[in-house]
Ligand binder design. Structure first.
Ligand SMILES: [Zn+2]
Ligand SMILES: [Zn+2]
Length: 266
């Protein structure tokens, strides 16, 4: 079973599943390796900052689980870090001192709003909301260097008024190609996040066409994650994801150990 490298636990503000339960599920599915990646979103503009990770408690718990499960599964320690250009110094300082294996860079907050909430789409067309998301994501990728893989590139599409009915790579190519080029230029991975299937989009985030385009443009590093917040979503449709990645031209999956890329044949 391919390793799941995007999993949340009760250390995330939006998850109540204990880490040990998630890890047990990975073992029962036959995974030899897993990476836990809880949320850390700093200065979001939310009334209550619920996505701040308690790093000392998190790292200490995961280090002890890593020991406890030694020989049964390799546990990597990661974080899903909220990228925002205005906190670049904070992110640089944090990540330079952080002893983790893997950092997913993600964009949950755009202009102090999360597309998860309908207010993000109020007063503008769905297209202009999606365009804004991609513009901001590009700027952050250009401005920041504190991550290994870019998570769920078209996250915004999960929550638009018509989700992906009017969305395709071709329709947004002018916005997406610069993002893919910037990731490749910086040696960053692109994540294939299978939660798109869970959300009923019928595609991963990002779509097959975008994964294929990243590969065509010379992208080599692709990571795989379910974004599971509950045990039943761990490794979600990973066999389908394996076929998709092979069809898109990838021969290896990338996992990170001590922030260094390692390859697993698909
Ligand atoms: Zn996320
Ligand atoms: Zn996530």
């Amino acid at each position: 079973m391919l390793p799941d490298t995007h999993i949340h636990t009760a250390f995330s503000g939006d998850c109540s599943t204990p880490a040990a339960i998630q890890i047990e599920r990975c073992i029962s599915m036959g995974m030899q390796e897993v990476c836990i990646t809880d949320h850390h979103d700093y200065d979001t503009g939310m009334k209550e900052e619920i996505f701040l990770l308690d790093f000392p408690a998190y790292l200490s718990r995961l280090h002890s689980l890593r020991e406890e499960y030694k020989g049964r599964i390799r546990i990597s320690i990661g974080v899903e870090l909220g990228l925002q250009s205005h906190i670049r110094d904070y992110l640089d300082t944090l990540t330079h001192s952080l002893d983790v294996d893997y950092i997913i860079g993600s964009c949950h907050f755009i202009d102090r709003m999360d597309p998860y909430y309908p207010s993000f789409f109020e007063g503008r067309s769905e297209r202009s909301a999606y365009e804004r998301y991609f513009e901001v994501a590009l700027r952050r990728i250009q401005d920041l260097d504190c991550f290994d893989s870019f998570g769920h590139l078209d996250y915004v599409v999960r929550y638009g008024p018509t989700t992906n009915q009017n969305y395709s790579y071709q329709n947004y190519q002018d916005y997406i190609d610069p993002i893919l080029r910037a990731l490749i230029e910086k040696g960053k991975a692109l994540e294939c996040n299978t939660a798109g299937f869970k959300y009923g989009l019928g595609h991963p985030n990002p779509t097959e066409d975008i994964l294929r385009r990243y590969r065509q443009l010379g992208g080599e590093y692709v990571t795989l994650g379910s974004d599971a917040h509950t045990p039943e979503h761990i490794g979600y449709v990973f066999e389908k994801a394996r076929s998709i990645l092979i069809c898109c031209g990838f021969r290896h999956l990338t996992v990170y150990h001590q922030r260094n890329p390692c390859f697993i044949p698909l």
